[in-house]
Design a protein around this ligand. Structure first.
Ligand code: UD1
Length: 368
């Protein structure tokens, strides 16, 4: 009997970390399905893509759509057109999409229109902020998906409130944490602290890439003002996303950062190095979604440079505090942490490194 076939779709950096555990669980020796990895090419640089495949032991994609960068419409449309050609030639029995990037919604829409069932990993997260492109991607993807894999109970509640039937919802836990657990040895081996001349717990880690923080100079400025104060107390490492690098180069903020002697800007870092920095940081200041969760798992205080989060358990149970782009708030919370009063938090239920297995189990039962 021929095996049923599943496409796993990835496009952007955070997808790779979510794909790996599901890929490994589905392709274990006794796995019952044939798996095809489809990379849309939304992220294409070696340090935004290839290195994650290597470190997370994902084989080279079976299909590469090479869409590259573009406006939301152009990028989403290009993924749809190219993925449709692939499935018209060779249709899988199910399409699995991850997270909330443009590639996620594009492939979900394409599949459902070709009557191929869709599974969404990391379903049900809501920031309730429709100015965030990811929020639109989440809502649309969940609406068309048949299997909705949620990381936490709040996500189930969101979906139920939106009228999605309970039998479609599977609370499986946080798949990103699986990658973190599986990579523990590689993360420990990373020599990044030595390379950057940092001492454990004596530095802060910064990431910024949300359009709402980096696209307009006026939005970024209050965060940079806060850094100017914080760097007086400890060095700050800033692996800068390509979007952020471009914006900094295009206005005076790049020079402002360069003038801060204790802020070290680096290119985007590989997974092991980056997670080593998270685990050894005194605190993290970020606008990323995933890093809020990784910091919570590692028990490292996280200040989130946003006014909302689609991951509320990181605030209620974890180490996360929302600080927006308010200079006083950022400096105040950073000082509290440095004075020993940072949030300790606990690990949310089902963030146990076994989410990929649970997802694979549900997909296999649905298809075989
Ligand atoms: C995307 C996701 C965001 C995710 C982030 C993680 C959407 C809507 N956004 O945002 O949810 O948190 O990835 O990184 O899907 N670029 C490069 N090299 C690359 C990739 C991008 O130079 O390998 C540059 C391009 O010039 C591009 C810009 O970065 O225009 C932004 O890339 P894009 O994929 O559009 O969105 P991100 O900001 O990365």
């Amino acid at each position: 009997m021929t095996r049923k076939r599943v496409d796993l779709i990835v496009g952007a950096r955070p997808n790779f970390v979510k794909l790996a555990p599901v890929y490994h669980a589905l392709t274990r020796p006794e796995g019952r399905l044939a798996v095809r990895v489809v990379h849309t090419g939304q992220h294409y640089d070696a340090n935004m893509s290839d290195v994650f495949f290597q470190e997370l032991r994902i084989p080279a994609p079976d299909v590469f759509l090479e869409v590259g960068s573009g406006s939301h419409g152009a990028q989403t449309g290009a993924v749809m057109a190219r993925y449709e050609e692939v499935i018209l030639r060779d249709a899988p029995d199910m399409v699995v999409v991850f997270g909330d990037v443009n590639s996620t919604v594009a492939c979900a829409l394409t599949a459902v229109k070709q009557r191929i069932p869709v599974a969404h990993v990391e379903a049900g997260l809501r920031s309730f902020d429709r100015t965030m492109p990811e929020e639109i991607n989440r809502m649309v993807t969940d609406r068309v998906a048949d299997l909705l894999f949620t990381p936490s109970a709040d996500a189930d509640e969101n979906l139920l409130r939106e009228g999605i039937a309970r039998e479609h919802i599977h609370l499986v836990g946080n798949v990103m944490i699986d990658s973190l657990v599986a990579s523990a040895a590689g993360i420990r081996r990373s020599a990044i602290l030595h390379r950057l001349g940092l001492a454990p717990k004596r530095f802060a880690l910064l990431t910024l890439h949300r359009p709402s923080n980096v696209d307009a100079s006026d939005d970024l400025r209050p965060i940079l003002d806060a850094l100017g104060t914080i760097q007086g107390r400890l060095p700050i490492v800033f692996p800068a996303h390509p979007r952020t690098q471009q914006r900094l180069a295009g206005n005076g903020n790049g020079a402002l950062l360069r003038d801060m002697g204790a802020v070290k800007v680096t290119p985007p870092l590989p997974y092991y190095d980056f997670l080593r920095l998270v685990s050894e940081a005194s605190f993290v200041l970020t606008d990323s979604g995933g890093i809020q969760e990784e910091a919570t798992y590692l028990g490292v205080p996280c200040l989130t440079a946003r006014w909302n989060t689609e991951r509320p358990v990181t605030v209620t149970l974890g180490t996360n505090t929302l600080v927006g782009n308010d200079t006083r708030r950022i400096v105040g919370e950073a000082s509290r942490i440095l004075d020993g009063a940072g949030k300790r938090g606990c690990i949310p239920p089902l963030w146990d490194g076994r989410t990929g297995e649970r997802i694979a189990g549900v997909i296999e039962s649905a298809l075989t």
